[in-house]
Design a binder for this molecule. Sequence first.
Ligand code: GRG
Length: 296
Amino acid sequence: MSFKDNQLEKVAYIEQVLKAYLPEKEGYQELIMEAMEYSVMAGGKRLRPMLMMETYRMLGGEGNLIEPFMAAIEMIHTYSLVHDDLPAMDNDEYRRGRKTTHVVYGEDMAILAGDALLNFAFETATKAFTMFPEKSTQIGKALQILAGKAGIYGMIGGQVVDVKNAGNPVSKEVLDFIYELKTSALIESSMMIGAILAGASDEDVQKIERIAKGVGIAFQIQDDILDVTSTAEVLGKPILSDEKNNKTTYVTLIGLEKSKEQVEQISMEAIELLHQFKPEDSFLEELLTSLIHREK
Ligand code: GRG
């Protein structure tokens, strides 16, 4: 099977898992379940659950222990997008090719849907305790990573520095800090949780964290590039959003060509580090390679 077909099959499987873990639409609060489903099932590349699942598989993980965490990481990622699109942040009308949650459900419900997704992510991940009580230690460690990497020392921390500095020139050092927290942290969380639940040693989990950090930074630089080179139709969200928000990016700091070189170099370093795990199949490597020239 070609890499592309394989990837499509895996996305379809991830979407099945997501659907299975989303809450039933019921009760007087039904509207919030609808808004959660609207945001999560809007499409998207499903990169984070895919990286989690593939890291788990690469390190010998089997069965469905990983599934509640795959759903949880996509819920956290989606909440961050819903809140990032709000009028108080980027004020964007389109995401994943459709109207943003606040445009469809109103600002109040979009705030609540984001909050709900964050909470429900943890309700979902903790289901692993009931499914596999004998894996409680690993599940506990995975939860610690899930919480930490999304929080003030992770994604939220990065977003704070990003928002606070919008409109001001930012040094390369601060920009790297923002990218590592805002974008890499959730990618690190995805791959580290895959490793932890597969039973990897602390040392291997640290190696995976390093690989994921590179993947995340390269992913964010490519995001900067696509913001100036792509179209709204292809991306499913507005282009030139960094310019609109007066943001320093790799493109404004070092230019388009050098940014492309950085994506390639940082990604190749991550792929090189992946080889130490001697993966049995090449899907994860092909996935990381495909991100270098991704168009959306
Ligand atoms: C609002 C708490 C809070 C955090 C916001 C993640 C984030 C921090 C903001 C979203 C906007 C953004 C540019 C984030 C950087 C990471 C990134 C490139 C997200 C988009 O991820 P994709 O391309 O999206 O994987 P899909 O839709 O494919 O899942």
